[in-house]
Ligand binder design. Structure first.
Ligand code: NAP
Length: 247
């Protein structure tokens, strides 16, 4: 896989899975634009780690649920690199609660960041990719979007929504040389999952045929494959990277 001359935009690239995707694509030669929400220190650290791999990389603050900020993000990427070849919609949050205790704000916030954020980034990037007649869009869903999870109705709805969004856009954009696919990670060790109680982690572990949690690097390798020339004829698909959880 060789991404030299390509520009990759990764939302939520400051930490966790997004950071691993930045490093994997940078290691294979892509110039990197990563966006983050509030953790500028982590974002600059990731950009600097990418540059240490010999590519150009910038970190841009952007709330993906805000259309103006997303437009600014894409404009900045184009000013810097003049093309946009790979978009990884990875930014995501959780605000868990049982449905009777879940506030309307917590439902809206999760849908806005996880689902509307991906919509806005794709809508803005697609104009550029259609002109280029080339693009790779990878949307990060979750095993929870496939199977549901008690206490995560908002998150599961956002992640199931990502799958419908992907399949529709795959149909719209295929003739322009643009593929749109989903990666559905299982339980992956990041800040998002670090705070879960040990009891829940042990229950989860028992439900994973592979018998272990996944790593961000394992998700990143799947993203690199879907971004590569080898995946040119794959679109509208959901690739589970979950140790067998969602069979
Ligand atoms: P994480 O460690 O909590 O990192 C989340 C990233 O998203 C950070 O870079 C954060 O930026 C960014 N972000 C959050 N809200 C944003 C917003 N409104 N605008 C722009 N960026 C925003 O999460 P993770 O575990 O790596 O998860 C990454 C993706 O994988 C998410 O979509 C998540 O739902 C999905 N996923 C994770 C797992 C898992 O087990 N970890 C499993 C399945 C799916 P800051 O650093 O600035 O806060």
């Amino acid at each position: 896989m060789d991404f030299h001359g390509k520009t990759a935009l990764i939302t939520g690239g400051s930490r966790g899975i997004g950071k691993a995707v930045c490093l994997e694509l940078a290691q294979k030669g892509a110039n990197i634009v990563l966006c983050y929400s509030g953790r500028e220190d982590a974002a600059q650290e990731t950009a600097s780690a990418c540059r240490a791999l010999g590519v150009q990389a910038i970190a841009v603050q952007c709330d993906v649920s805000d259309a103006k900020q997303v437009q600014n993000l894409i404009d900045t990427a184009l000013e810097q690199f003049h093309s946009l070849d790979i978009l990884v919609n990875n930014a995501g949050i959780t605000k868990d609660n049982l449905i009777i205790r879940m506030s309307e704000d917590d439902f809206d916030d999760v849908i806005s960041t996880n689902l509307k954020g991906a919509f806005l980034c794709i809508k803005t990037a697609a104009r550029v990719m259609m002109r280029q007649r080339y693009g790779r869009i990878i949307n990060i869903s979750s095993v929870v979007g496939l199977r549901g999870n008690a206490g995560q109705a908002n998150y599961a709805a956002s992640k199931a929504g990502i799958i419908g969004l992907t399949k529709s856009l795959a149909k719209e954009l295929a003739s322009r040389g643009i593929t749109v696919n989903v990666i559905a990670p299982g339980f992956t060790q990041t800040d998002m999952t670090a705070g879960l109680p040990e009891g829940i982690k042990n229950d989860l572990l028992r439900s994973i045929p592979a018998g272990r949690f996944g790593t961000s690097e394992e998700i990143a390798k799947a993203a690199a494959f879907l971004a590569s020339e080898d995946a040119a004829y794959i679109t509208g698909q959901v690739l589970s990277v979950d140790g067998g959880m969602a069979m």
